[in-house]
Design a binder for this molecule. Structure first.
Ligand code: ADP
Length: 505
């Protein structure tokens, strides 16, 4: 009989030992050898079961058996033997004398006689995830105290096993995630809160290039640019930023926060898109230039014709049609050339300009249209100057494009609010209208060239070139600012931009 204190101590030792490792094989090996030692058994076996009670893995204290034999034996004892009985009844059993216990099956290739045996379940939250079996050659070697001790050990082992299983699951998930990130064709980095690179996939290591992780971003060529981009992205609503890398390539850098870790940074190489864009812009600029002069001549002749006295009524109508279309083409060409110039960085001479004043000087351009449509325009402007380092014409283009659109797309009698506020080191300019509004799916494309929202066109009957917002975006971003839109169908829209105030504090 094993003394109570000895049993308690053994269970405690087992528990302590088990908690030192999360490695499944190590845990199982320890359970078995500790139990065999503590009970003085001549041999022991431990098997892990799946949800259906099938043996997933077994650790036998008799490694001399071939895998086929041991598999056959395990299946037999699970079907008709003591192990199966324990599995079905969910509690431990003792076969003190195997010669008379009918739950005991003697296996044909068993050369060592088992006199007594016991089997206990590894029970975790009402699920048996394993069985522990002990054998002894002597009949009546095991008694109830051994059974209680084995049950105590099995209880601890079941917890340790569950921990090990959870750990393996997490480890495997981590590994497959890492494989996935590593195999991605675009450079992906994980940085911690102190901008230290903690993970870099293969593409990142090759392209940046990065020899090792656990380095600060400062130590990476171009890392400074990445740090700036991250800093800016942290303050922004949108999650992408274009970064020109020292090797001449352009990356679209996007980031997402990982709680307690830092951030994942993905760098999409958009160099070829930028090159295509530059080629396209060059082409458009050349064609626009070539169209500009003949178009001017055509419009000039149309104007001359207008003063002809003996032009019929239908002739007059056709002439008006020619003039309207010619004017539309001219607007398009002017916008295209403007955009090409802005994108090429020829922003004109820069000087500090008061944006409040620019707004006040630009608004009267729309007075007639506002009156015609019976719109109510209100302003919310600061009483002090808010200076921005920019070209004045470009600044007034921002204002007139936003206000112009609000006037153009508002329904008659609608409200328009023009607002300018200081926020930290920036100025926020916004124009709100009560027009048709824009569906979220369309909003992402609004600032793209030639994009026009079909529903807005249908609701208002207004026409345009689809270039105004691209012009605003190019100007604002050229000055280190950003644009945004907030809109709801049926409610109206707010178009806004943020520009850095001059001088910087
Ligand atoms: P344009 O007005 O010449 O078509 P823009 O680039 O200025 O070109 O605008 C692009 C499109 O965005 C417009 O065609 C219109 O569909 C939509 N849009 C712009 N401003 C507004 C607004 N205030 N309300 C509703 N839709 C707008």
């Amino acid at each position: 009989m094993i003394a109570y204190t000895t049993s308690a101590e053994t269970v405690y030792t087992v528990a302590r030992q088990l908690n030192t490792s999360l490695d499944l094989d190590e845990v199982l090996g320890k359970v078995l050898s500790l139990t065999v030692d503590a009970t003085g058994a001549s041999r022991g076996s431990l098997f892990l079961l799946d949800e259906e009670g099938r043996v997933l893995r077994q650790i036998l204290a008799r490694p001399d058996q071939s895998p086929e034999v041991s598999e056959r034996n395990v299946n037999t004892v699970m079907e008709v033997g003591l192990a199966g009985w324990v599995y079905r009844h969910q509690y431990g059993a003792l076969a003190a004398d195997t010669t008379i216990d009918e739950r005991w099956v003697r296996l044909p290739d068993d050369d060592e006689i088992t006199g007594s045996a016991l089997v206990v379940p590894l029970l975790y939250q009402e699920r048996i995830n394993g069985l522990l079996a002990l054998h002894h050659t002597q009949v009546r070697y095991f008694d109830e105290s051994h059974l209680a001790l084995a049950a105590g050990i099995a209880g601890q082992a079941a917890i340790a096993l569950e921990n090990a299983r959870l750990f393996t699951e997490v480890k495997e998930e981590r590994e497959s995630l890492f494989k996935l990130i590593n195999g991605m064709p675009i450079p992906v980095l994980v940085v911690d809160r102190a901008d230290q690179v903690v993970l870099a996939n293969q593409s990142a290591r090759q392209r940046l290039p990065l020899k090792q992780v656990d380095v600060s971003l400062d130590a990476v060529t171009g890392g400074e640019l990445l740090k700036e981009a991250l800093e800016e992205l942290r303050q922004r609503v949108d999650t992408r930023i274009e970064v020109k890398w020292p090797d001449g390539r352009t990356y679209n850098v996007s980031t997402s926060d990982v709680p307690k870790v830092g951030a994942v940074v993905a760098m999409d190489d958009i160099t070829h898109l930028k090159e295509l864009d530059a080629m396209k812009s060059q082409f458009v600029e050349t064609v626009s230039h070539d169209l500009k002069n003949p178009l001017g001549v055509m419009l000039g002749f149309a104007q001359l014709l207008e003063s002809e006295k003996n032009l019929s009524e239908s002739g007059q109508a056709s002439l008006q049609g020619i003039k309207r279309s010619g004017q539309h083409m001219q607007n398009l060409i002017t916008d295209l050339l403007d955009l090409a110039r802005i994108e090429a960085g020829i922003a004109g001479t820069l000087a500090p300009h008061d944006l409040v004043r620019v707004v006040l000087e630009t608004l009267p351009d729309f007075a007639l249209k506002i009156e015609e449509k019976n719109l109510h325009l209100t302003t919310d402007l600061p009483f002090e100057r808010v200076k921005v380092l920019a070209n004045k014409v470009r600044l007034s283009q921002i204002v007139s494009n936003y206000v112009g659109n609000a006037v153009k797309y508002s329904f008659a009698g609608g409200e328009i609010r023009v607002k300018l506020v200081r926020k930290d080191g920036s100025v926020v300019f916004s124009v709100t209208d009560a027009g048709p509004g824009i569906a979220p799916a369309r909003q992402a494309q609004l600032f793209q060239k030639f994009y026009r929202v079909p529903e807005v066109g249908a609701a208002t009957g207004e026409q345009g070139t689809g270039l105004g917002l691209s012009i605003v975006k190019a100007i604002v971003e050229g000055y280190g600012g950003r644009v945004w839109v907030e809109s709801e169908v049926g409610q109206g829209s707010t178009f806004g931009c943020v520009l850095p105030i001059y001088p910087k504090k």
